[in-house]
Design a binder for this molecule. Structure first.
Ligand code: HEM
Length: 511
């Protein structure tokens, strides 16, 4: 009998030893390895890493009194402390390069432009993308954001040509029409009154969703509404799961949340598939939308024909809905808030917009490059309130970074927002809104990168900038706006950076 028990006993011992090795021996050995090289940080705690400390710092940051608009002005000094409290606190205590723990995973925070450049731009394959928690696939499917290797390269080639500037300019009439619809809604709310208050954040979400629906599927927000509603529900469920350390295989258990996630996934895919089918059934119409571009074969530089299948296109649609809507909506909301807070810049932008486009004429693609002040404002907004707050990479082999020997599997935490506020790079006025700083030649390639850098740089950045210019120009031309006394300045990181309690603004007709 006990010779039967022996293999079981041996298997149990092996599992326990392996577990102890990966959650105790290895992390402490890595910690000693970094300590010997002078790299400090909050100490490792078995299994959960620094999760408890992160939650404590986050709760403390959230409980701090927020700046109510009251007198109409808010400051930017505490943005990094509120948005990335653990990075802020640990950088203060251990210096800007430090070691911390995401579960059993070592993460090295890096912020010197040299290190950031090396990790983001190195082409040797030593620094790869962090493999996503499988649950995040529910948000962007097997789309570009989550793909790796050859499949990623194929999708990237096809998608990049669909997003080049010439193509994006062809969408200007669609973007103008989405913005006109939003302005008509605002006029309805105004109802002949002198001034009226809105939560501009909500309006920016709707217009951004409308633009993504039109450019991606050639359908309106109303048609794509169901998909956004499903994606929003999925985002909340996935975000809850991502906040915790992932236990392999957990997603297959038939828990209530797992079943809900699976239902949302199926319904989202079915809805996108139905929209594609409906599109294919339509006679004529423009073929400028992304879906049509992705599904029509194109020849790559070797003359080989490449195209994506329906299921791959569905994955990319999910990615665009996810990566394109929130980010651009949040950029627009913060730009409006900053202009409401810094009226002199709002006046300058309005003067430029009326000079370049005139008061009544429709905005055209040719006007975009003349909106120079607006461009500076958008760049400064992306510096101070970047929708993507941090980036992650991972050492795919043993590598050297500066003087540090980095073991395979170490992750790199690139605190994009922390770097955007670094006074060593930006000067003593790093916490002040000053669009003119972008008039000067770029300070450092790796000190400003709201769209990332290297081969994974944002594929949708042309669309985001063109959309931001059009929406802001058309709002500024029609209305002047100030912060409402109900506005509370609370930048908040939930997947992307957003104003936590909305963007309450009081609008008046500009002329
Ligand atoms: C203000 C708006 C936006 C910001 C700040 C932004 C930011 C970023 C950043 C920082 C990355 C790089 C992530 C990394 O290196 O790990 C990225 C990638 C990406 N973005 Fe954006 N994005 C914006 C708008 C958009 C739009 C409008 C779309 C599409 C409709 C889009 C689609 C993507 C995709 C597909 C990727 C993955 C690229 C790849 O891995 O090859 N983004 N974005």
């Amino acid at each position: 009998m006990h010779f039967l028990l022996f293999p079981l006993f041996a298997a149990a011992v092996i599992i326990i030893v392996k577990f102890a090795y990966s959650v105790i021996w290895l992390p402490y050995a890595i910690q000693r390895h970094f300590k010997a090289q002078g790299l400090a940080g909050p100490g490792y705690r078995p299994i959960t890493g620094n999760a408890a400390e992160t939650s404590r710092l986050f709760a403390r940051a959230q409980s701090k009194k927020l700046e109510a608009a009251g007198g109409g002005i808010f400051g930017h000094r505490d943005v990094v402390a509120r948005v990335s409290p653990s990075y802020y606190e640990w950088a203060r205590v251990y210096g800007k390069t430090f070691l911390f723990w995401f579960g059993v995973r070592p993460r090295v925070a890096i912020s010197s432009p040299e290190d950031v450049k090396e990790v983001m731009l190195n082409t040797s394959g030593s620094f790869g993308e962090v493999r996503f928690n499988p649950l995040s696939k529910l948000l962007f499917g097997q789309g570009l954001v989550g793909l790796q290797g050859e499949t990623w390269a194929l999708h990237r080639r096809i998608i990049s040509q669909a997003f080049n500037m010439e193509r994006v300019k062809e969408w200007v009439p669609e973007i103008v029409s989405c913005t006109t619809k939003m302005l008509e809604k605002l006029e309805g709310i105004r109802a002949e009154r002198e001034e009226f208050e809105i939560d501009a954040h909500r309006e920016m979400h709707d217009v951004s969703a409308d633009v993504i629906s039109k450019t991606t599927l050639g359908s309106s927000f109303e048609e794509g509404k169901r998909i956004f509603a499903l994606q929003d529900q999925q985002t909340h469920l996935v975000a809850q799961a991502l906040a915790n350390v992932y236990i392999p295989g957990f997603r297959f258990l038939p828990t209530k949340k797992n079943r809900e996630r699976a239902r949302l996934e199926k319904e989202t895919r079915d809805s996108i598939r139905a929209l594609i089918k409906r599109r294919n059934g339509r006679v004529g119409g423009s073929s400028r939308n992304l879906i049509d571009l992705l599904m029509s074969p194109y020849k790559n530089q070797d003359g080989v024909e490449e195209k994506l299948g329906v299921e791959e296109v569905i994955d990319e649609c999910k990615t665009f809905y996810f990566a394109g809507k929130e980010t651009t909506a949040n950029l627009l909301s913060f730009a409006l808030l900053l202009l409401a807070n810094h009226h002199e810049w709002q006046d300058k932008a309005r003067e430029e917009v009326t000079r370049v486009i005139g008061r009544g004429k429709p905005l055209g693609a040719d006007n975009l490059s003349d909106l120079k002040i607006l461009n500076l404002i958008i760049q400064e907004t992306l510096r101070m309130y970047p929708p993507a707050v941090l980036l992650l990479r991972e050492a795919t082999k043993k590598v050297k970074l500066g003087r540090l020997e980095i073991p395979i599997g170490t992750q790199f935490y690139v605190p994009l927002i922390g770097i955007h506020y670094d006074i060593e790079v930006w000067g003593e006025d790093a916490h002040e809104f000053n669009p003119l700083r972008f008039n000067e030649p770029s300070k450092h390639l790796a000190a400003y990168f709201p769209f990332g850098m290297g081969h994974r740089i944002c594929v949708g950045q042309n669309l985001a900038i063109v959309e931001a210019k059009i929406v802001l120009a058309m709002i500024i031309r029609n209305y002047s706006f100030v912060l409402s006394s109900t506005y509370v300045h609370a930048p908040f990181h939930f997947i992307s950076l957003m104003p936590q309690y909305g963007a309450q603004l009081v609008f008046r007709k500009a002329f």
